[in-house]
Ligand binder design. Structure first.
Ligand SMILES: O=C(O)CCC(=O)C(=O)O
Ligand SMILES: [Fe+2]
Length: 296
């Protein structure tokens, strides 16, 4: 299936906001084009990600995940349970304390890998922030709404590098069905298929649709906190990655709010007939609860 296309560089923000609104109500997913990250920057980031994953396991394990940053190997019980993927997390770089928590492969191993990834992170952050201002417009609030409430100024954005090995295993899914927990996600792939979305999570049996690749575009999806902000007007759509017997790399940038940001149903999304469905919640509390229930 093809998703709606949103042009981030459109000179007409109001009509872009209308298209975003429609896409988020109908799909919770869209392609983002002209997002400001050049193709050669994307290719370079994928190359760097592959360089990391090609390191010997013992080198990667030296950076094993702490405080949600670093490397997670494939589940050793591969084929029995868990997703067959390996990942590397680059966590929030909002301030000097959080920057310090990140783990990096040594210069001897991968040269200036850290610099490339940091600069890529900030590029993605710029695109995400601009998109968020258009999402605000699409909800009939001021374009700096999310900035004002602290959802972007001290971001808790995470860049997750992913590798799904191609070997055949017992499970149909290499990334099991889930919705993302935060504000929004920018997903990048190299065109290897596998991503599927389920537009109606209540329908039995679930219907999964393949998402086509669009060269150079990000695949954007709404997360659960945005669903909450919008009182379920915008959908945090379930998705998964199906095993296709081919090595697959992807990168997901989760633009999540600062932990202290309080997520409260936006007034323009509520009415007498549609009262707020959720109590306000501190983003950090919500995320912690989610991560405890659904390990990633
Ligand atoms: O690899 C993909 O295409 C999807 C990854 C994903 O959904 C996630 O990491 O949350
Ligand atoms: Fe996801």
């Amino acid at each position: 299936m093809k998703l709606p296309i949103i042009d981030l560089s459109s000179p007409d923000p109001l009509s872009t906001a209308i298209s975003i609104r429609q896409a988020c109500i109908e799909y919770g997913f869209f392609y983002l084009v002209n997002h400001g990250v050049e193709n050669n920057e994307l290719v370079k980031a994928f190359d760097e990600s592959k360089r990391f994953f090609s390191l010997p396991l013992q080198e990667k394990m030296k950076l094993s995940r702490k405080e949600f940053r670093g490397y997670t190997p494939q589940d050793p019980t591969l084929g029995l349970q868990g997703d067959s993927k390996e990942s590397f997390y680059i966590g929030p770089m909002a301030d000097s304390t959080s920057v310090m928590l990140n783990q990096w492969p040594s210069e001897e191993l991968l040269g200036n890998w850290r610099l490339s990834m940091e600069s890529f992170y900030w590029k993605l952050f710029g695109a995400g922030k601009k998109l968020l201002s258009l999402i605000a417009l699409s909800l009939n609030v001021e374009e700096d709404f999310f900035e004002k409430i602290g959802a972007v100024d001290k971001p808790s954005a995470v860049l997750r590098l992913l590798r799904y090995p191609g070997e055949l295993g017992a499970h149909e899914e290499v990334c099991s069905a889930h919705s993302d927990s935060g504000t929004l996600t920018l997903l990048m792939t190299e065109g290897v298929p596998g991503l599927q979305i389920c537009r109606d999570k209540l329908k039995e049996p679930l219907v999964w649709e393949d998402v086509s690749h669009m060269e150079g575009a990000f695949i954007v999806n709404i997360g659960d906190l945005m669903e909450r902000w919008t009182n379920c007007l915008y959908r945090s759509t379930m998705h998964r990655v199906k095993r296709i017997g081919k090595d697959r790399h992807s990168m997901a940038f989760f633009l999540d709010p600062h932990p202290d940001c309080v997520v409260k149903c936006i007034e323009s999304c509520c009415s007498e007939t549609s009262p707020p469905r959720f109590a306000p919640i501190r983003s950090g509390d919500y995320m912690t609860a989610r991560l405890t229930n659904t390990p990633v």
